[in-house]
Design a protein around this ligand. Structure first.
Ligand code: RP5
Length: 166
């Protein structure tokens, strides 16, 4: 049986390039995950089954990326009590605003923690999932602190380089 702590789904294989950013961060933070294409409207029963069985499998967080009407994260949230993070994607002439509103505007009681449109959001979905998992995983909390310390060092190094080039 898979030991995934996070399930990452996307509505279409056309979402893969952006949602790969989520996978990159989860790997960096050494979080076991699985990833698949599950559509709220093309494969509704398959999507519902995945969400409804996730908790019993030991999964702790779901991440769903979708574009256009973007029902996927909300549809997953309807079938699990686990936290669901939604990543709105740009797939239409509306540039992701359609997906953002569809993902974020859930009715009370069925939240989807919605991150930014596109690649930054896809990365933040993984960071947010990591922070949720870290509430009961001190080793992961340490890896998150190390990541942040590295980012701080990068900013300081960039600032010093900028100053030295004046
Ligand atoms: C959504 O519709 C998917 O998440 C994707 O972002 C968008 C377009 O899907 P394709 O027509 O490229 O399969 O369901």
């Amino acid at each position: 049986m898979s030991s995934a702590k996070v399930i990452v789904v996307m509505g279409s294989i056309s979402d893969k390039e952006v949602m790969n950013e989520t996978a990159v961060v989860l790997r960096e933070l050494e979080i076991p995950f699985e990833m698949g294409v599950y559509s709220a409207h093309r494969t509704p029963e398959r999507s519902a089954k995945l969400a409804s069985e996730a908790a019993a499998r030991g999964v702790k967080v779901l991440i769903a990326g979708a574009g256009a009407a973007a029902h996927l994260a909300g549809a997953m949230a309807a079938h699990t009590h686990l936290p669901v993070i939604g990543v709105p994607l740009s797939a239409t002439s509306l540039g992701g605003m359609d997906a953002l509103l569809a993902t974020v505007q859930m009715p009370a009681g069925f939240p989807v923690a919605t991150v930014a449109i596109g690649k930054a959001g896809a990365r933040n979905a993984a960071h947010l999932a990591a922070q949720i998992l870290a509430t009961s995983d001190p080793d992961l909390a340490e890896r998150i602190r190390a990541f942040r310390a590295q980012k701080a060092q990068e900013v300081e190094a960039a600032s010093e380089k900028l100053q030295s080039e004046l």
